[in-house]
Design a protein around this ligand. Structure first.
Ligand code: NAD
Length: 256
């Protein structure tokens, strides 16, 4: 379905980003991966799906590196047809204790990076009259939790950016939507399970049940594969008129 298209997924060396990159590759899209850490294994996993894959290690907190990555993708594949703004980090502390540099980093990586990548991707998408911008927000783009001020602010912000991008392109073949996952068991969430286990002297299983039980009625993690399938739907012809949506996949979290 996506043969001949190019997808750039930020923060795709692990977790949700890698899951979405693989789901798009399964549909035939060539992929540009991004993120920290060793990219050899993720690149091999995507290449094994029979598509071309490239990697750029831009630090998404740095606009000049994002610009470099977008130029690299265009030089390699012609243009970016599908942009998945996924890179993100977390830090947990009360507002009055929140380290200022963590606030700045979360806003830069979880919100501003999506603005920069989107503004640089849109001209070629509009010229082709086809494009998909998919912002990986969070259920925290819809509701809040204590001790996550920067994350919740950034995720509410990206839902707003999604709506504006969708509206500005509503008469074109370029759509923009947000996906809002609840808990997904990735390194980002495992750190929060570990913190709970250490603070309350619980086993990993007990801390996991507690974490899910506090917020997610289904008591199940959403998987990167399920999120990948939603991204594929948004890229399909059936997704042509889905514009500015913030689609939660959260086990009922935001329904409460
Ligand atoms: P993860 O830690 O597994 O992956 C994060 C990715 O972002 C990694 O590839 C990492 O290298 C990359 N990254 C981090 N800082 C970067 C930077 N400065 N520049 C470039 N890349 C950077 O986390 P994840 O859980 O897969 O999270 C992915 C996205 O999904 C995030 O935006 C997160 O907020 C969102 N999300 C996660 C959950 C969850 O439960 N895991 C729920 C809702 C939303």
């Amino acid at each position: 379905m996506l043969k001949g298209k190019t997808a750039l997924v930020t923060g795709s060396t692990s977790g949700i980003g890698l899951g979405i990159a693989k789901a798009l590759a399964e549909q035939g899209a060539n992929v540009v991966l991004n993120g920290f850490g060793d990219a050899t294994a993720p690149q091999a996993e995507v290449a094994a799906l029979g598509v071309q894959v490239a990697y750029h290690g831009a630090d998404m907190s740095k606009p000049s590196e994002i610009e470099d990555m977008m130029k690299f993708a265009a030089a390699k594949f012609g243009r970016v047809d599908i942009l998945v703004n996924n890179a993100g980090i977390q830090h947990v502390a009360k507002v009055e204790d929140f380290p200022v540099e963590k606030w700045d980093a979360i806003i830069a990586i979880n919100l501003s990076s999506a603005f920069h990548a989107t503004r640089l991707a849109l001209p070629a998408m509009k010229a082709a009259n086809w494009g998909r911008v998919i912002n990986i927000a969070s259920v925290h783009g819809l509701v809040a939790s204590a001790e996550k001020s920067a994350y919740v602010a950034a995720k509410h912000g990206i839902v707003g950016l999604t709506k504006v991008t969708a509206l500005e392109n509503a008469t074109t073949g370029v759509t923009c939507n947000a996906i809002c996952p609840g808990w997904v068991l990735t390194p980002l969430v495992q750190k929060q399970v570990d913190a709970k286990a250490a603070a309350l002297k619980l086993s990993n299983e007990e801390a996991t049940r507690l974490l899910l039980g506090e917020k997610e009625p289904s008591m199940q993690f959403t998987t990167p594969q399920e999120l990948g399938a939603l991204a594929v739907f948004l890229c399909s012809a059936a997704g042509n008129n889905v514009r500015g949506a913030a689609w939660n996949m959260d086990g009922g979290w935001a329904a409460q």
